[in-house]
Write a new protein. Structure first.
Length: 457
């Protein structure tokens, strides 16, 4: 720190979103652009802002380091998108900004496996509360009711054993996975604590090979009111295991996000359009749960003036942290034709604005962005939207090795979310990343710079 820079401003930025939303790619691109900053390609506030003395710091205790170099290397040398995130991780760096006169910036970025987001509804709920929440979802939503039929049948039997209930619940979770429903909780059924993800298989095989809880000895599932009798082995053991699960798996991740100063909520508009109306409903539900748990916005104890003062007066370790900014972002904009990119932003706003607007003292904004621009667009001809890029899958849907650049068509975006639509109505083929090999040359991006300007405050 130079003599004039008397203090350090700590910015903690959490990135949340369903798995495959583009969180890890966004962080990789952002870090690359900060580390090898070129104000013309990545204006931070203005083109005059320079970043100096960028240094990587070790992550906080209890956090694994975000594998930046591994992800970047995979993008460049293997031409692959980063592998699945299997554990929560953190990237910490410190730098000076020419537009911050008296302070340098300590930036902490948080990544998590998207699967864990489905457990957000457990925070602040005891076993009874969670059971009721899950049962209400299963009973009241048609798609969830169909998938969870084995479980809804099993709980009708007053003599059902723990093993029968667990098996029926796991069959139901497996049905949900196979029907692309994201609310899989406990999320360890989908991604266990060793980072092993469930692989496509029959519901029966998934139900016998996966656990509904931290491990084989600690399984639990929701219980209906007539099976929730304190003093019974069933209720007491499930409730005990549930509490341990929340303490061990859910709270360390979710609560770290609650103490962030800014939150980036990634909503993959292309995936919601491709996945059908059920996917849209689920993702909205998850944003609502997350907002309930993370409660961004005004802190009741300190208030906005105290926060402003604390930033100036307190050393950064003492700064009370809470989320004051939320950036909603629609990633993978390069999979959408430029003619539709404003519509992409509009769809994002219409889906998410309500949740942010209901919070006092929260600053929020919307971004459509490409972390690694990997396509080019051709002018619209005969109403067709054509892009060029290297497709990831062949016509049969199987992954193919990278080949020549090709032309392919993408769907036109609607002006608003339709009343209903089915999976497959809209298609946005995935492509291989286009990433410069030179390590100090960050990828082409769109609006990641604007997002960074908003969240690094
Ligand atoms: N074309 C394009 N695809 C992207 C971009 N970012 C992410 N993707 C795609 O989205 C997938 C998931 O990204 P990832 O960051 O791993 O998602 P996460 O699970 O939210 O961390 C990648 O494998 C890519 O196929 C982007 O900027 N452009
Ligand atoms: Mg990830």
């Amino acid at each position: 720190m130079s003599l004039l820079r008397l203090k350090t401003t700590e910015c903690k930025v959490g990135v949340v979103g369903l798995y495959n939303a583009g969180k890890t790619v966004l962080l990789t691109s952002l870090i690359n652009h900060l580390q090898d900053h070129d104000p013309d390609r990545f204006p931070l506030g203005s083109k005059e802002t320079r970043i100096r003395k960028f240094t990587v710091r070790p992550p906080d205790r209890d956090w694994t380091a975000f594998n930046y170099s591994g992800h970047r290397d995979a993008l460049v040398n293997a031409g692959k998108w980063p592998s699945k995130t299997t554990d929560r991780s953190q990237f910490v760096c410190q730098f000076e900004r020419s537009d911050w006169t008296f302070s340098d910036c300590l930036l902490k970025l948080y990544d998590l496996p998207g699967e864990r987001v489905a457990d957000a509804g457990m925070v602040g709920r005891d076993f009874t509360g969670w059971s009721e929440k899950m049962l209400a979802l299963f009973v009241n939503d048609n798609a969830y009711r169909t998938c969870s039929a084995p479980f809804l049948d099993a709980i009708k039997k007053p003599t059902a054993t723990a093993a029968e209930l667990l098996y029926a619940y796991k069959l139901s979770l497996a049905n949900l996975i196979l029907n692309f429903k994201p609310l899989i909780s406990p999320s360890t059924f989908l991604l266990d604590l060793h980072g092993n993800a469930a692989r496509p298989d029959t519901p029966e095989k998934l139900a016998t090979s996966r656990f509904s809880g931290a491990d084989a000895e600690n399984e639990f599932c929701p219980l209906p009111a007539d099976l929730r009798k304190p003093g019974t082995e069933l209720f007491d053991s499930f409730s005990f295991r549930y509490d341990r699960y929340v303490e061990r798996v859910v709270e360390p991740t979710i609560l770290a996000f609650r103490s962030c100063t800014s939150l980036v909520v990634l909503v993959d508009v292309t995936m919601l359009l491709a996945g059908g109306v059920g996917m849209y409903d689920d993702n909205r539900q998850i944003i609502r749960d997350l907002f309930d748990v993370l409660s961004p916005g005004e802190n009741k104890v300190f208030g906005p003036i105290a926060r402003g003062l604390s930033k100036v007066l307190l050393p950064h370790q003492w700064r009370p942290g809470w989320i004051t900014r939320v950036a909603f972002a629609a990633p993978k904009m390069d999979l959408v034709h430029p003619a539709d990119r404003d519509r992409m932003l509009m769809l994002l706003k219409r889906m998410a604005e309500r949740y942010a607007a209901d919070r006092d003292g929260l600053k929020y904004d919307f971004f459509n962005l490409s972390s690694v621009v990997s396509t080019r667009a051709l002018p619209i001809g005969a109403g067709m939207r054509v892009l060029t890029g290297t497709p990831l899958r062949g016509a049969d849907g199987r992954k193919i090795p990278p080949g020549e650049e090709q032309r392919f068509t993408v769907a036109e975006l609607p002006d608003d979310w339709p009343m209903t639509w089915s999976a497959g109505t809209y298609a946005f083929p995935e492509v291989y990343p286009r990433m410069p090999a030179r390590k100090d040359y960050p990828p082409d991006q769109v609006n990641v710079d604007r997002l960074a300007t908003f969240v690094i405050d």
